[in-house]
Design a protein around this ligand. Structure first.
Ligand SMILES: Nc1ncnc2c1ncn2[C@@H]1O[C@H](COP(=O)(O)OP(=O)(O)OP(=O)(O)O)[C@@H](O)[C@H]1O
Length: 442
């Protein structure tokens, strides 16, 4: 008869060989085996964070180590120390050790307080606030769309954080669409669809990030459709984000598109200069970085479309100033951005440069490249130039559209998707794009 202490001793020895000492001390030494019955091994962990880590990274090796030692398939069950409500999902479902994405991995820094309101996001911000105060009533679903790094995730988490602050018992689930898909696949593989449904339908607020990755995933869309309906019927709030409007997501089922239209869709556009400066100033204060106003303006003027890059630039400048042991000044920033090649994307790699190189490469005139002619010999280079503009610069979709004779951002998305799709199979095109990239980045 396999005894708990002997088994755990062997598992610990095994982990000692497998993982680095710090990891061992952090994750393994803090775990306490509680019970072994019917091959179910109950392990007590200090926090949700530990449990998430175990579920993600250590469950498989644990099962293997136990098998190696005792030739039994154990099913780990994690409970959290000193929390009576922490009887995690696996306990309620003795037949499996399936683990889905943890419930509310909200970033505590993403709150309404830390969000700077500007022209491009004020509507989104207001809608988010309304939803956080009266979830499931006004805008359901709330759908944020817009380019990368513009604060969609931040606002989504702010809603969750506010609801939790108002009522700590609120049940919230935040996942990316990929995590939803993975959970769904796990549920099918381990025949735990009921548990999956329980996880996703028994919440007050469901946040799904980047749903453009649902494109092409028929089965997942089907399941999400039912999840959506169940929550909506129950008056539970749903918040979604995507880089584009639902109708522009390729192969997104019509019934989902129409359901998403029940609520409110708000776009977030890149912040103007004043907002960028305010974001930088807030961030500098929060991180205790001493930096003159004119230097903040300088950084904000160099990076003009993506808040994530803006914050990244500040962090790098800060690190650089510590490295060279000098205070942050505009001169220091200029040289650090240069040495880090940080502003290359935004300053040197411009859309006009890309257009010029592409036009030359395919022997078409710049006017035609930016114009409206539908000749195949022109359309293809135009789409390639749009694709490269999105790949190589930080420009927003509307900005790219503008640079191509005032085209709509949906035209740019279409061009991008078309080329990205063709690149998967067309080796000639791959070679051409590679040549062009070398040409442009030279
Ligand atoms: N208005 C704002 N005020 C303060 N911080 C902001 C603002 N907008 C964005 N940020 C910060 O910029 C970073 C990127 O934002 P976020 O991750 O929310 O972007 P996103 O739109 O979800 O991007 P992606 O499409 O890549 O997921 C975060 O650190 C966020 O806190």
């Amino acid at each position: 008869m396999l005894d708990l202490d002997t088994l755990w001793g062997a598992i610990k020895d095994g982990f000692q060989q497998k993982v680095a000492p710090t990891a061992f001390n952090t994750w393994i030494s803090t775990a306490i085996p509680v019970k072994l019955s019917n091959n179910r091994l109950t392990i007590k962990l200090p926090s949700e964070l530990h449990r998430d880590y175990w579920q993600r990274n250590l469950t498989q090796p644990l099962v293997e180590l136990a098998y190696e030692f005792a030739q039994v398939d154990i099913q780990p069950v994690f409970v959290i120390d000193d929390d009576d409500n922490s009887q995690v999902s696996t306990l309620d479902h003795p037949a499996t050790a399936t683990s889905f994405s943890p419930s509310a991995k909200l970033n505590p820094k993403y709150t309404f307080d830390t969000f700077v309101i500007g022209k491009g996001n004020q509507m989104a911000h207001a809608a988010a606030l309304v939803v956080s105060e009266e979830p499931g009533v006004m805008y359901n679903p709330l759908f944020f769309y817009g380019g990368v790094g513009l604060g969609k995730t931040h606002l989504m988490h702010a809603i969750g954080n506010k609801m939790l602050a108002d009522d700590p018992s609120t049940k919230i689930k935040y996942v990316t669409s990929e995590a939803f898909t993975n959970d769904f696949i796990t549920a099918i593989q381990s025949k735990t669809q009921d548990q999956f449904r329980e996880e996703y339908r028994n919440v007050d607020l469901l946040l799904v990030d980047d749903i453009q990755f649902f494109a092409d995933k028929e089965g997942t869309q089907e399941e999400f459709f039912h999840t959506f309906n169940a929550l909506h019927d129950d008056g539970k709030q749903i918040v979604l984000t995507s880089d584009r409007l639902p109708g522009e997501i390729p192969k997104l089922q019509d019934r989902l598109v129409s359901r998403f239209a029940w609520g409110l869709s708000v776009d977030i556009t890149p912040p103007d200069l004043e907002t960028r400066i305010a974001i930088l100033r807030n961030k500098a204060t929060a991180d205790n970085i001493a930096i003159p106003d004119e230097t903040l303006s300088y950084i904000a003027s160099r990076i003009d479309s993506n808040v994530r890059e803006l914050e990244g630039a500040l962090a790098r400048v800060h690190a650089y100033s510590k490295l060279v042991n000098q205070p942050i000044t505009t001169e220091l920033v200029a040289s650090s951005l240069k040495s880090l090649k940080l502003d290359r994307r935004s300053s040197e790699l411009t859309i006009p440069l890309i257009q010029e190189k592409v036009a030359k490469y395919y022997h078409v005139s710049l006017t035609d490249l930016k114009g409206k002619k539908r000749l195949k010999t022109i359309v293809m280079p135009r789409q390639i130039a749009m694709y490269l503009s999105r790949e190589l610069t930080d420009s927003s979709l509307p900005k790219i559209g503008n640079e191509f004779g005032g085209k709509d951002h949906t035209t740019v998305i279409h061009a991008y998707d078309k080329i990205a799709d063709a690149l998967k199979t067309d080796s000639d095109l791959q070679a051409e794009i590679n040549n062009l990239k070398t040409e442009i980045e030279r």
